[in-house]
Structures are given as structure tokens and as C-alpha cells.
Design a protein around this ligand. Structure first.
Ligand code: PGA
Length: 240
């Protein structure tokens, strides 16, 4: 089964660096897995020329109107973009995105045939208080509030513990396995179906092979380790 490898480039690379990046990755990554690049939105067409699947890091909920600065799911669809990260913890923290808005964004994506990659995860304090499953259950219930059992199969969940993002720290492999199993059971109980669950947070060259081999994982969401294209190519070679 192909795994999903989502590359979240965040707010990195100027335009000429992005051009070099795209030249560098062309034909270099095997198609054993599905690789999706999520660059900054102004670079979408450039990245589309790489031949890989492309997604965005954020999207608005509505299709058009007076919402200065936003990009709509309809606009993305019209460009042939099929994926969007939704509810990343950096958006929840720095831009105060709350579950209601995230739920609306999920609905906007699904209405336009865009696969939302919904990020959920607990903070360090919540982990220490052993509240991980409570937090995840609340995020899943609120963020997927309007999603019915026909649409849920088009949702991808990324388990991203907030304390693991950009920190160099990761949960143990068995902790990741347990949380993925919890998320899958939670969805199965509500919708009686299986969906894809990824892990994200400090995935790098040293741990990707072990993480991708976790029995119930469907892929990874990679941040910092995707910014340098040479590093990325070497990292993905390890799991061929
Ligand atoms: P990181 O980021 O790999 O740099 O920890 C992951 C993410 O933010 O999705």
C-alpha cells in the first residue's frame, strides 16, 4: 500500500530558491509512495511543473467574495490542486484558528473535491496530564462536525503532537502507534469506516524509516526536513 508523504514547506524559500528546488526534485523521487508538496501559495504553479502532487498549507472556507488576502477552495480546485493542510497547530496558535473555522474549512474543501489533511495533536502540558485522547476526541468531534459518512473517506488526519513540531523531539514508536490506533478507532466508531492517518512532528532522515514502518501508519507529514531538497531526496531514498 502506497504511503502518503506530505511535505509542508511552511513559509520558506524565496522565488529563485523555489525554482532551484523544483529543478532539483524533478524525477528524483520514486513513486513508490505518494509525495505531495505544499509550498507557499504564490509558488503553486511553479511546483505544479515538478510533476508531483501539490497541496496548500491553508485554505479559506468560502468559495468567493470580499475576503481580502484569502484563497478559496474553489480557486484551488480551478488550478487542479487537490490537497490542503487544515488546522495546522501553527495556524491554531499564531492565527487563532478555532475548531469552528477549521470545521468550515473542512466543509469547503470537501464541497470542492479537495482532500483536507486535518492536523490534530496535544500540547506538552496536555500530554503530561495524560489528556491526549480527550484532546484528540474533542478536535475530531468539533473539526469534523458536519462531515457525514460518505465524505469522511476523503479526509486524511495528521497526528501532530504540538510539542514535537520543529522541536527535534518525537513520541516513541509505540506511542505513535497507540495514538494512530486511537484515532482510527474513534473514526470507525462514529462512521464505521477506515481513513488514513499520518504522523507529523520532527520527522527526519534518522527516524523516517522506523516511523513509516509503524504497522498502522498511512504516511508522514514532514516540515523542516523538506526545506532542503538535497536532504529531502536523500531522506526519501532511505525508504524506497
Ligand atoms: P517539523 O514540522 O517536521 O518541522 O516538526 C511538521 C509540521 O509542522 O507539519
Amino acid at each position: 500500500m502506497k504511503k502518503l508523504m506530505v511535505m509542508n514547506l511552511k513559509m520558506n524559500l524565496d522565488y529563485s530558491e523555489a525554482e532551484t528546488y523544483v529543478i532539483n526534485i524533478k524525477n528524483k523521487i520514486s513513486d513508490i509512495h505518494d509525495v505531495i508538496f505544499c509550498p507557499s501559495s504564490p509558488y503553486l504553479s511553479l511546483f505544479q511543473s515538478s510533476g508531483y502532487k501539490i497541496g496548500v498549507q491553508n485554505v479559506f472556507s468560502l468559495n468567493k467574495g470580499a475576503y481580502t488576502g484569502e484563497v478559496s477552495p474553489l480557486q484551488l480546485k480551478s488550478m487542479g490542486i487537490n490537497y490542503s493542510i487544515v488546522g495546522h497547530s501553527e495556524r491554531r496558535t499564531h492565527f487563532h484558528e478555532h475548531d469552528k473555522l477549521i470545521s468550515e474549512k473542512i466543509d469547503g474543501c470537501l464541497a470542492n473535491g479537495i482532500i483536507p489533511i486535518l492536523c490534530i495533536g496535544e500540547s506538552l502540558e496536555e500530554k503530561q496530564l495524560k489528556r491526549t485522547s480527550v484532546v484528540l476526541n474533542s478536535q475530531l468531534s468539533n473539526d469534523l462536525k458536519n462531515v457525514d459518512s460518505d465524505a469522511i473517506v476523503d479526509v486524511v488526519i495528521a497526528y501532530e503532537p504540538v510539542w514535537a513540531i520543529g522541536s527535534g523531539k518525537t513520541p516513541t514508536l509505540s506511542e505513535i502507534e497507540d495514538v494512530i490506533s486511537y484515532i482510527k478507532k474513534n473514526i470507525k466508531a462514529k462512521y464505521n469506516t477506515n481513513i488514513k492517518v499520518l504522523y507529523g512532528g520532527s520527522v527526519n532522515k534518522d527516524n523516517i524509516k522506523a516511523i513509516i514502518n509503524i504497522s498502522n501508519i498511512d504516511g508522514v507529514l514532514v516540515g523542516s526536513a523538506s526545506i532542503d531538497s538535497d536532504y529531502l531526496i536523500k531522506m526519501l531514498d532511505l525508504i524506497d
